[in-house]
Design a protein around this ligand. Sequence first.
Ligand code: TGC
Ligand code: FAD
Length: 392
Amino acid sequence: MSKNQFKGADYYNIDELLSDEQRMVRDAARQWVSKEVSPIIEEHCQKATFPKHLLKGLGEIGAFGPYIPQEYGGAGLDHISYGLIMQELERGDSGIRSTASVQSSLVMYPIYAYGSEEQRKKYLPKLATGEMMGCFGLTEPDHGSNPSGMVTNIKDKGDHYLLNGAKMWISNAPFADIAVVWAKNEEGRIKGLIVERGMTGFTTPETHGKWSLRASATGELVFDNVKVPKENLLPNKDGLGAPLGCLDSARYGIAWGAIGAAMDCYDSALRYSLERKQFDRPLASFQLQQKKLAEMITEITKAQLLVWRLGTLKNQGKATSAQISMAKRNNVNMALEIAREARQVHGAMGITGEYPIMRHMMNLESVITYEGTHDIHLLITGNDVTGISAFK
Ligand code: TGC
Ligand code: FAD
């Protein structure tokens, strides 16, 4: 089976809800993924290597900072366009979408939203082209779902801050040029800093042995008395709301991205079930297989409508954090369940790299954990509807 036969799913004519620009952006990203990602991604995943040569192309299709204004090198697009790019990238591989999510929403966004004008001008244009890459350090070995407990800290030393601590599970860390790092000051207030590769005492050991997101580079950030110049502090927002604000944007992109992985699994399962014969009939003729396919397209359609509405609210500045949590949780879970069902439709072939299913399924096991776990997002919804936090 050719890896480039992908056809997007659009059962409810959602294309009609998109503007010409949004469709154009989506189609350009789709073509780029078919040409550049699909032919090479399986091998990178098998070898657990990150396809670094794709960074330039990601910059060219506007995947780095799609909604950052053009004056800072971004593409100046709306949030539905951003979502559609994430959808197409994740159709290729969650790891490629991860790289773009982190660069856009966890590195460029905080520099744009919380940074000084000098910081915006210094970093954003290079980040937009992929000439400079970034990562985002929030999670620590002992503080994952509860980042407010972080122990990474800065001490004011007059002309610089002294940074100590460690971050874990950081996407892009092994090759990033800069890291947006969240640390507590002497008063226990969370601050954001831009830490640059090459600063003495800053290292980024790679995390090996992952069975998920194998084509994405993950690592630690270790800070041993790192002297960070004062001008590298993000001046315009602090407290836990600052990193969580970035997560809103990244989680929104993931809600779209997961649809890409689900569409790829559905597309492959539909094609395979029509081609593969058992008992002298195509698999697609059996009611049990039709049930799987019918439920897949139903869930994909519901997820598409959810993010389209969420994107519309986001464009109007009205999307709430809790609404974003609901979409991230629902859509990632939807994609993971579709990957599992699609794997069964492919029989034994489903466990091989001939088809994208197992790779998506394994990737989605990370996606359902990072950017807030499945359970944490449920508790965010629970908090929103009851007014009672289950965390405190
Ligand atoms: P809580 O008391 O609820 O809130 C503290 C302050 O933050 C504000 N806030 C938000 N602000 C913006 N956006 C949001 N989504 C926000 N949620 C809360 C809140 O208003 C408050 O502000 P203020 O001014 O009153 O202080 O905080 P809590 O300690 O009870 O924690 C709540 C909880 C558990 C929901 C939060 O900690 C959480 O979301 N935990 C999950 C952690 C997480 O998602 N980590 C992700 C790390 S990055 C990552 O995974 C990248 S993977 C990237 C990739 O490869 O694609
Ligand atoms: P824990 O917080 O220890 O949770 C373990 C389990 O307990 C989960 O099922 C969770 O839902 C449950 N749990 C926790 N608290 C509660 C509660 N109050 N009630 C009920 N259940 C609860 N982080 C970054 O900062 N930057 C990155 O770039 C980044 N990239 C990542 C890339 C990958 C491949 C992965 C796997 C993770 C990445 N992360 C990153 C970290 C990710 O955000 C965390 O793994 C995630 O937030 C969960 O934290 P944890 O793994 O420590 O799990």
